[in-house]
Design a binder for this molecule. Sequence first.
Ligand code: PLP
Length: 384
Amino acid sequence: MHMTHEPSSTAPSTSTAGVDSREFVKTLNPAPATSARRDAILANPGFGQYFTDHMIQIQWTGNIEQGTGQWQQPTLVPYGPLALDPAAAVLHYGQEIFEGLKAYRHDDGSVWTFRPEKNAARLNRSAERMALPALPEDLFLDSLRTLVEQDRDWVPDGEGQSLYLRPFMIANETFLGVRPSREVLYSVIASPAGNYFGEAKAVDIWLSEHWARAGRGGTGAAKCGGNYAASLIAQMEGDAHGCQQVIFTDPDRDEAIEELGGMNVFFVFDDGTLVTPELTGTILEGVTRDSIIQLAKDRGMTVEERAFTLEEWRDGVASGKLTEVFACGTAAVISPVGRLISAQETIGPEDAEPGEVTMSLRKELLDIQTGRGEDRHGWLTRLA
Ligand SMILES: *Cc1c(COP(=O)(O)O)cnc(C)c1O
């Protein structure tokens, strides 16, 4: 039996009684980017380098230990640096969580996002794990809508482009004692994004043998900055071996494959079976992962969420039954995996072409997100 880490209770509920109205108070940027500057950025946005003219800020005050607290007046303010006391709790104890989702411009100019209620729910699961307050799901939605409505000209319309939305929560109480912060800031920033990996080229993956990003009972299932900090040393090791990404395994479960630093992973077999690691509590439950499982089932594929070991990967490639491997997440959507490389071995051919199933699932998902395919599961929410 492997331990699972289902939340035993719901996150402390926080009332919004202090907020008279969900109307955001808006302070507009007195010096927004000129349209010429914005156009220049949108022509080649890269990823995470440029930000829109505004951001959302909502402050919480309360006491998580006693289950009390309130979200204050929601605001939209000019994008800019935060004022944080050097003793702010987040800077010392890492009480921080985040989300990531994209807004896509459809052909008629309208702007939509993909399954935001999943991100709202996951933010609250992460919040519970990190002793942060829950944010009402409708307030999460309203925060995205308010920002995107205001900065809608920043949503690019080029092929594969989107506006990446980054909600996050930080402990901003000025206090060096170790306990849950009694002041928390929720914020949303937005950044235009091009194709994350450019063309869907197969990436080589480094097998992290010394470093883990998460452990049993730890924070692997929470979307928190600390997990990323823990993965960087392995990522650097991978870089040094010419790999673009790193993958983690569980040494206590026969090197069962877990996930990449920031993406889930899938294995395609020649009999139409799709395998992805089960959610054990050390893996982040991706919205993309969940969507791919659904799309594959819609196609009549057999989807198995189970332990998948390094040995099965090796044997599957050797026998030819494992035909494709891909990684997935909001930023890159789906990216084909070429080789798995470790200090001992290389699994997979050198010049692997992106697989057929990989590329067709990728296209199907992108078509839904960009409004070109039928949204048969009601996954899209209009933002502007
Ligand atoms: C965000 C994230 C993913 C992907 O989740 P999506 O909801 O699909 O974007 C996968 N693994 C980790 C560690 C993550 O932080």
